[in-house]
Design a protein around this ligand. Structure first.
Ligand SMILES: [Zn+2]
Length: 177
């Protein structure tokens, strides 16, 4: 299996901040067309998301599930499937293994699914989305012009894309060699 390991907020959907209402889910431009192109190229989709709003009491487990279900349903309109949502519900003060940029969500994915890291890609709007995939050997694509500031880009960052469609086009061009 080859997989795209997707950040959720500001990658798949607009992020109003601690999104807890399924009615407020809006997919970002280029996501449906980009995912469809990647699906046609043989990729499967998984989400890797930090949801510290759960630890902060701003998002209940039911609300989190409802938002994820809404994203899944919107994508299902176009025959697109998120195989699984991997979620870190913890807040900053807890040194869990799973809050990106820590690698726990990616390690869990590779324990559960037989996928070749060299054939997988991580896509996200923050450097931490890419950094979390580095130790797994997954290449990362950053969306938009995230403020790099003084941060050193992770070694697995291979491309900075204008938007989701651009990220998908880049991956498909790589595949074709
Ligand atoms: Zn965590």
């Amino acid at each position: 299996m080859k997989a795209i390991l997707l950040d959720r907020d500001e990658t798949l959907n607009e992020d109003p901040g601690y999104l807890n209402d399924p009615e407020k889910v809006i997919l970002k431009p280029g996501v449906v067309s980009g995912l469809a192109a990647l699906r046609n190229a043989g990729f499967e989709f998984f989400v890797m998301t930090n949801q510290s709003g759960v630890a902060r009491g701003l998002i209940s487990q039911d609300q989190l599930r409802a938002v994820n279900d809404r994203i899944s349903r919107l994508l299902a309109h176009d025959g697109l499937t998120i195989r699984k949502f991997y979620i870190c519900p913890h807040g900053e003060p807890i040194m869990c293994e799973c809050r990106k940029p820590r690698p726990g969500l990616f390690l869990e994915f590779f324990r559960e699914f037989r996928a070749n890291p060299a054939e997988c890609f991580a896509i996200g709007d923050k450097l931490r989305d890419i950094a979390a995939a580095e130790s797994s050997g997954v290449r990362g694509i950053l969306l938009g012009t995230a403020d790099m500031g003084a941060q050193v880009p992770p070694k697995n960052l291979v491309y900075t894309a204008q938007n989701f469609q651009d990220a998908a086009d880049y991956i498909i061009a790589l595949e074709k060699g």
